[in-house]
Design a protein around this ligand. Structure first.
Ligand SMILES: NC(=O)c1ccc[n+]([C@@H]2O[C@H](COP(=O)([O-])OP(=O)(O)OC[C@H]3O[C@@H](n4cnc5c(N)ncnc54)[C@H](OP(=O)(O)O)[C@@H]3O)[C@@H](O)[C@H]2O)c1
Length: 229
């Protein structure tokens, strides 16, 4: 696989659903690490407003807003940051526009929020949400799972040290390496190779766990650090 982060896409990253909580918080971290950032939204003006806010917070100029499909078509590294229930439809919409070599980072988690039980991981036909979405990108485009376990709240507070791991799973080892290299540019984040995409189910369960930990301990920033590596 050709590294997509070369030429015009060197240190460029796009976020589908980038005006939302997780997308905008991740975009802020990448902008602060001097990446050129595209914020995607169904509503271009919302994307432009969020891009201006992120640029101001990060103290940089390279953040712009656009439509989701336009952001996806830019290629390189593209983060999928919409609710899981809407992710398949968005990927279907993007099916014909991907540039070969694009790496899609799936941050989505198939969760349902219940009043009594809190965050409940949905049972799917596929083992994980990411595996069900991976069928929806064409050959030549890789989907990896990552960043599912870091709460938007922590990512969005630039002064807060992340001090945690991000585990990346995917069936394409080169795509995992590309995403891990990108993740390593964010201060306080240690990328770990989580192996094949089937392990995404563990990441999705860890996200449900984080939400429960935050709730029980009245915290906002629970996250994971693997010891022994
Ligand atoms: N929040 C977290 O701490 C966290 C942590 C780990 C993973 N995640 C995952 O990240 C994803 C986004 O979470 P979030 O908390 O950022 O959610 P969110 O703020 O509710 O939604 C993110 C964005 O998704 C877009 N969206 C909403 N409905 C849509 C639809 N029908 N079709 C297409 N786009 C739609 C919206 O963007 P526009 O209206 O601008 O188009 C919205 O701003 C989820 O899959 C979640 O599981 C979240």
């Amino acid at each position: 696989m050709k590294n997509p982060l070369t030429g015009s896409n060197s240190r460029h990253v796009a976020f589908l659903g980038g005006a939302g909580r997780e997308g905008s918080a991740l975009a802020l971290r990448f902008a602060a690490a001097n990446w050129t950032v595209s914020i995607g939204s169904r509503d271009r003006s919302r994307a432009e407003e969020k891009a201006a806010e992120i640029g101001r917070l990060a103290g940089v100029t390279g953040v712009s807003g656009t439509g989701n499909v336009e952001a996806a078509a830019q290629g390189g590294l593209v983060f999928l940051c919409v609710p899981f229930d809407n992710a398949a439809e968005l990927l279907e919409t993007c099916r014909d526009i991907w540039q070969p070599g694009t790496v899609v980072v799936d941050t989505t988690v198939p969760l349902q929020f219940e009043k009594q039980r809190g965050a409940v991981l949905l049972r799917l036909e596929e083992n994980s949400g990411s595996e069900s979405l991976a069928h929806l990108v064409p050959a030549g485009v890789s989907l990896v799972a990552g960043f599912k376990t870091i709460p938007a709240h922590v990512l969005g507070e630039l002064q807060e040290s992340l001090d945690c791991d991000v585990i990346i799973c995917g069936d394409d080892a080169e795509a995992r390496t590309i995403v891990m290299e990108a993740a390593s540019s964010i201060a306080g984040l240690r990328p770990l190779d989580g192996g094949p995409l089937r392990h995404a189910r563990a990441l999705e369960a860890m996200c449900a766990m984080v939400i429960g930990l935050n709730r029980r301990y009245k915290a906002k920033g629970a996250r994971f650090r693997v010891v022994g590596i």
